[in-house]
Design a protein around this ligand. Sequence first.
Ligand code: PLP
Length: 496
Amino acid sequence: MTAVARTTPVRFIDAPFARAADEFLAERTAHFSVPGHKRNPLLVGDDPLLLADMPHLCGVDDMRLSRDLLGRAERLAAQAWGAAHTLFTVSGSTHPNQAVCLAAGSPGDEVIVARTSHRSVYAGLVFAGLEPVWISPDVDPVTGLALGMPVERVERALVEHPRAKAVMLVEPSYLGLTSDIPAIVEAAHAHGVPLVCDQAWGAHFAFHPGLPDCAVSLGADAVIMSAHKTLTAFSQGAMLHVSDRGLLDVDRTRACFEALLTTSASGAIYASLDRARALMEERGTVLVEHALRLADGFREEVGGWCGARCHDAGMIAYPSVGGVDPLKLVVDLSATGADGFQIERDLRDDGVVLEFADRTTLVPLLTIGDDERSVARLTSSLKRSLARWAGTATADRKATSSWRITPQPVLTLRDAFFAPRQRVSWRRAVGRVAAEIVSPYPPGIPALAPGELITSGLLNVLRGEVSDGTRMAGPSDPSLETLVVVAESSAPEGSN
Ligand SMILES: Cc1ncc(COP(=O)(O)O)c(C=O)c1O
């Protein structure tokens, strides 16, 4: 079955955009339009990147969109994921996250938002002027890792903020866990508001019964997916699915989506989204089945090795967890004595690159693109490194701060974003109000957001993470020697 899955040529019988892209690449029309390189061999030589470059407009389709190629591809994707409407984007899940913020309410409106949202949502909230009511998922008291969002927490926020316009969650979490989405859908709909699920890491869910259910089929009103993360789309290929339930205005959502979209979208990225959808419809079940076996094999080999623990279906035992993505490999090192950064370095020396590592956790991303050889390479390198570093576990090793943030908002996100600002040394930043995001990356969850009080505890943790080798996304000085804070005159009394 594995050999069949990986060697039979892909047919893409029904991929109109991808087919038109192939035709565009084969044709010899004199194009007096963008791109500037014109695919002229004297300029691009045999550079495969530029040779594959093609615009959507005046390229794969004409400027008048006469062939409706994008619309046709999007309607096929809507059918595949069971959505009323699907929109393709060339700007990752970042773009639909921000478009949905613009569509969900008007400046000053409240929205109930997971504090573990990706940093793109924070920018979306600033654009839209929405006021987030933060809610946080449960955290495993032993590992310090984030779990699911309890339904009661969503319900309580809806009751306490009856004018909130939407509930916006991250499902699955970066660690592959989903909440009880059907119950949360029910709660949101009972209050007359849409549920928005950032399912950036769950584009594959619709294609195998062994995976958590796709949020579209569970009744979410807007679902955002990065098809480049777990499917085969080009980097940046993502999509937005919208329901017809009327809780999120479809026309307005389309208008917001278009407002934030480049007018020079890459036809190559759209074609790859069309192909990714066709591939999953034709072979998704077989490909996921194969990947599931690889993931099971990894867990069998690595789980228990030198004390390493692999997250598995047992995570469902946590009350807030509604589903577990078995393809998301999460290795908890806290009982091994080994340091995640050291392991990451060893693996890199072996030519094995991980999606995520902190002191206590590793996330090697496994997808339908993996095979026995790639996983064997990961497994043997990881076991070797674990054997090298295993020792006595020490309590001072902590998971990244991103999972357990208790924000102390002083100003609204938007007010702080637009307030006069100043740069101060990290020592002088304590007690001040942040004017920029500080977000350990990955997972890209802001540990500190504009408008929040900078405490010495949080700053020490973040600076510790920087010296451990974590990249901080967002701050203009990623070393955190200095921070940009709201200027004194614009901060409210008592914030210093
Ligand atoms: C939960 C979540 N949402 C959105 C994004 C942004 O996705 P993209 O990189 O496709 O813009 C990410 C990126 O890692 C993410 O983890």
